[in-house]
Write a protein that binds this ligand. Structure first.
Ligand code: CO
Length: 134
């Protein structure tokens, strides 16, 4: 059985959070389920429900945030995929034990009271992966 139980969210980096929210609301009838500033990461995020998953719109709150650097280098678009796991620490340990690179050596608090850890895109075929434990 897969350790990844569901797609929690697909994160999209945007320059104008309100404009991006309005796009999803008006074009697809989505509604904002949660909105939060994560000061430590320098981002503001909005989660729009899609069935049991979310589209997560992300925008930087300061110039030195990783998302600001991402936008400067890559422009707007797909930023990372968050997968739900039952045990974030165990899933992260398996990634490390397999010799793959991680960004977070240990799980840390995410938004919505979740526990999260990021896996480095370099050894994950170019995708920034977030492990999300609810
Ligand atoms: Co995320």
């Amino acid at each position: 059985m897969s350790e990844l139980t569901e797609i929690d969210h697909v994160a999209i980096a945007v320059l104008d959070l309100d404009a991006a929210i309005a796009y999803y609301e008006q074009t697809f009838g989505c509604t904002v389920a949660h909105r939060e500033i994560v000061e430590k990461d320098g981002v503001e995020e909005a989660l729009l429900a899609v069935a049991d998953s979310y589209v997560q719109l992300l925008t930087p709150t300061r110039d030195d945030s990783p998302v600001a650097k991402y936008l400067a280098n890559q422009g707007e678009g797909l930023h990372h995929v968050g997968y739900r796991v039952a045990d974030c620490a165990a899933a992260l340990d398996r990634v490390k034990a397999a010799g793959h690179r991680v960004i977070d050596e240990v799980p840390r608090p995410g938004s919505r009271g979740t526990t999260v850890a990021f896996v480095h895109p370099k050894t994950a075929f170019g995708t920034l992966i977030e492990l999300v434990q609810e």
